[in-house]
Design a protein around this ligand. Structure first.
Ligand SMILES: [Zn+2]
Length: 445
């Protein structure tokens, strides 16, 4: 142990075997051992005694829209990674759309990496995009290290990222399956959306009716059929409709290679409480009713839903108008996701171990980041230090997001992130940040 540089000691360390008092030894940015609580720090090693604050693996958020370059006024690598770090997230994977260019060719990926390189306060990876006309770009993007490919089955909200119809989906998925890649899908069926009433205006109930559950359920059924036929690996993004859960459970039982995520806003906010005109609550698919939310929690508990990611998708405040039909659809939650999910989880009888599984371990597995997602020897020394029983009221002014519009404003949440560590270095301590120390990640590295 002579090369140990740092020992973090806490009465509550969340390890794959459970929560226990332990001392975690770190060397050269890696966890070298999880030792007994009373283990002495070797000479020359720094001891960080965290008392009763919980040491958990840094969260891995695989669904973030950074929008940089091109729509940097919406967010950006500097602000997004600071917000993430403040919220206990140590790795994010950036979505391929809303930036200009979108991440749909190797050249565009290079542009994005160049922009992110000196702004990343945490580790950053990239998804590629699957468009109707870029099948030839998928394999080169895969080889350049993207973690998989995002596709929409209905209009994405931005013109430069068109959706795939069923034929194009089959074509892209066959190509992705040919090199063992992963397709991640915004699953809403455009025909069901077209057939739904479109009232517009400030009433949330009208917006909810315009994005019905059967649009999600149908698209997911189609995706399952394609994944089964091609033996391809697919992932359902931001599941909102609980009606799709039996389909998903049956597909998993049958051996279809499908995983599913949901988001903090579906788990903590309900349609019943959205005020008229409050488009900070607008996202697609939408936040649904409380009874729907209960079923999402049940599905997390039984493993039908694999993981929880933010789908942080901000815009400038002026695009969040009072008309739900035209307002930008996307919820900002990057800095608050851990606290929001933990607040609801504890109320429902779940432990922090569950939250870590959903927001760190399983998301790491989704993208094959074997060096992240758990506190055990050999993994990166990425940590969040959390005071889980302390509360705070969400003050938008305290957010590091570029645009401080949030659906969580005024809520009291449990769980204060005291510090966040990346490869053994403390990158944020109670709102004070170091210079950016994040790395750009590629698949299998
Ligand atoms: Zn998204």
């Amino acid at each position: 142990m002579s090369d140990v540089e740092l020992v973090l000691r806490s009465t509550r360390v969340i390890t794959p075997e459970g929560t226990r008092a332990a001392s975690v030894a770190v060397s050269a940015g890696k966890i070298t051992a999880v030792l007994g609580y009373d283990a002495e720090a070797p000479p020359g090693a720094r001891l960080a005694d965290l008392g009763d604050d919980v040491l958990l693996p840094g969260l891995v958020d695989t669904h973030v829209h950074v929008n940089d370059p091109g729509r940097t006024e919406w967010e950006g690598f500097w602000t997004a990674t600071r917000a993430a770090a403040a919220g206990g997230i140590t790795t994010l994977v950036d979505m391929p759309l809303n930036s200009l260019p979108p991440t749909t060719t190797v050249g565009h990926l290079r542009t994005k990496r160049d922009v992110a390189a000196d702004k990343a306060h945490i580790d950053v990876g990239f998804w590629g995009g699957a468009l109707p006309d870029n099948v030839k770009d998928l394999r080169p993007l895969h080889e350049a290290g993207v973690f998989g490919f995002k596709a929409f089955l209905s209009p994405s909200g931005v013109d430069e990222f068109p959706h795939l119809d069923q034929d194009r989906l089959a074509q892209s998925l066959a190509e992705i399956a040919s090199f063992g890649g992963l397709l991640i899908v915004h699953a809403e069926d455009p025909h069901h959306l077209d057939a739904a009433p479109r009232q517009g205006g400030p009433k949330y109930a009208d917006f909810l009716a315009s994005r019905p559950r059967d649009a999600e359920d149908t698209a997911i059924a189609q995706l399952i059929a394609q994944a089964r036929r091609l033996d391809a690996r697919v992932h359902v993004l931001h599941l909102s409709s609980s009606d799709a859960l039996p389909l998903i459970a049956a597909a998993k039982a049958e051996g279809v290679r499908i995983t599913v995520e949901t988001c903090p806003h579906y788990l903590t906010l309900t349609a019943e409480e959205v005020p008229d005109g409050a488009s900070e609550f607008k996202c697609c698919p939408p936040i649904r009713e409380a009874a729907n939310q209960d079923l999402l929690w049940q599905a997390l508990a039984d493993g039908t839903i694999d993981c929880v990611v933010t789908d942080h998708s901000p815009s400038t405040a002026d695009l969040k108008t009072g008309d739900f039909a035209t307002a930008w659809g996307g919820i900002s939650g990057l800095q608050l996701s851990l606290a929001a999910v933990w607040t609801e989880a504890r109320k429902r009888g779940h432990g922090l171990e569950d939250v870590v599984r959903w927001m760190s371990t399983r998301t790491s597995e989704l993208v094959g980041l074997g060096q992240k997602g758990a506190i055990e020897a050999g993994r990166d020394a990425d940590f969040a230090v959390l005071a889980p029983d302390e509360t705070f009221a969400v003050d938008p002014a305290a957010l590091q997001h570029r645009n401080r519009v949030t659906a969580y404003a005024g809520r009291t949440l449990y769980g204060i992130v005291k510090s966040t560590w990346l490869r053994g270095e403390r990158i944020v301590t109670e709102g004070e940040f170091t210079e950016p120390k994040g790395q750009l990640l590629t698949r299998d590295h």
